[in-house]
Design a protein around this ligand. Sequence first.
Ligand code: PEP
Length: 282
Amino acid sequence: MRNRIIAGNWKMNLTPTETEDYIRSFLPLVVNPLCPRSANATPDPGGSERGLPDVGVVLIPPFTSLDRAGRLLVGCPSISLGAQDLHFEKSGAFTGEVSATMLVDCSCRYVLVGHSERRHVFGESTALIAAKLQAALGSGLVPILCVGETLDERRRGSTLDVLVRQLSTALAAPNLDGCNLRLESVVIAYEPVWAIGTGETASSLQAEETIREIRAWIASALGTESAEQMGILYGGSVKPSNTAELLSQPNIDGVLVGGASLKPDSFASIVSMASASRSEPA
Ligand code: PEP
């Protein structure tokens, strides 16, 4: 069975000080017993019942909070750190940019690649996203490759074409020589653009159907084994009230959460729902 992943993308929110407060509140709510050495996390007697060893949690704060978060999460194997973006070069004259090597040195294990805000607000092309995916894999960072259609594209009936274009450009590009990671370690996040930050969620059936189509495309392009191994998340206005329903779908391996990950208690309640048993993919 594929690992279940619950990732929280904080976007441009929370300072390093606020990050520290967040993590000190969050740890006792979800994994206190699994984080015996986490920096001064307040023990919570209820914590052990809420320990979630079968769920991979990823916190994705802004760059400025990574180092502080990494230090607070030492000794806490079930919570990983992710970054929101990276540059494809290793170093050099790229003012304002951050490389994969720098992220690894800040304890990052994951990195978002091609988030819809990068594609639509910052105009990132599929070719640039492919280069970033390659750079992540080359440095041993697990890319969370975000794909999704706009409302117009969905209404025109071109959802699958758009997703296939985004997936094929990114997944065809990597040269895996010398990489520690296999292509199957890429995590895909299906995030319909019309559902991000809008309060509008794809229904669990819509999300399941599209993710099933993504998995079928992966099977045809990369083989059945790859399709069975790759984790595919849903993202777009996920909140505690719709998480259980989304996670009950056989092809949805987890969720990428924006707004609802900004409060430790709401993100903790999403994490706790992920421990519910799941059925095998159809
Ligand atoms: C996101 O930023 O990836 C996201 C899904 O945001 P929200 O949950 O706020 O829609």
